[in-house]
Design a protein around this ligand. Structure first.
Ligand SMILES: [Zn+2]
Length: 190
């Protein structure tokens, strides 16, 4: 890999669009609906190819720029530049750059120093006990109710767009109509 390519790798970024209330039963149906919607508009190609990191995804098609606020030069030739569709329980995080705050939904106090390991594990396992107790107000709330800064998303369904950049708000509104719910946007950078 050339130095240029390596430098480029360092700055890969991605946008995750997360459906936080999905359940596993309908994730695949949702994925099919999104693929149809985006291929009809020629935003992505239907067939899967090697265009995301560590998996397969959908390459951008000729109208990809219509949903973006700004197009990056050389985007079509760069890699990764695909759409990865996640249909299993995942934490959509900001790329391992760390969190600044995790605030209690009840009193607002930063609880980042608390032990999050078992609550996270329980959430992944889909058990009932993903409650975290706030050390300040002593209220217990599911891990997904805490306010993460930068934003994180928790869900069974998500779209990860590699290096696409910022989407037009009209597109996100349209997508919410297709999926039928509010969506959480998570910006990540490697
Ligand atoms: Zn609290």
């Amino acid at each position: 890999m050339s130095l240029n390519e390596q430098l480029k790798k360092v700055s890969d970024h991605y946008t995750s669009i997360v459906y936080e209330k999905a359940n596993l039963a309908d994730s695949q149906e949702l994925a099919d609906r999104i693929i149809s919607f985006l291929t009809e508009k020629k935003i992505i190609h239907k067939e899967l190819s090697d265009c995301v990191l560590g998996s397969t995804g959908h390459k951008p098609a000729e109208n990809f720029g219509s949903i973006l606020e700004k197009q990056y030069e050389g985007f079509l030739d760069s890699k990764p530049n695909g759409l990865e569709i996640i249909t299993e329980r995942s934490v959509f995080e900001n790329g391992g750059n760390g969190l600044e705050q995790v605030n209690c939904p009840n009193c607002g106090q930063n609880q980042i120093e608390e032990d999050w390991g078992s609550a996270l594990e329980n959430w992944y396992d889909n058990t009932e006990s993903d409650l975290v107790k706030c050390s300040n107000c002593l209220s217990e709330n599911p891990i997904t109710k805490f306010n993460f800064e930068p934003n994180w998303g928790f869900g069974d369904f998500g779209l990860i767009f590699w290096n696409w950049g910022k989407f037009k708000s009209e597109f996100l509104i349209e997508l919410e109509k297709v999926i039928g719910t509010e969506l959480t946007i998570v910006y990540g950078k490697l």
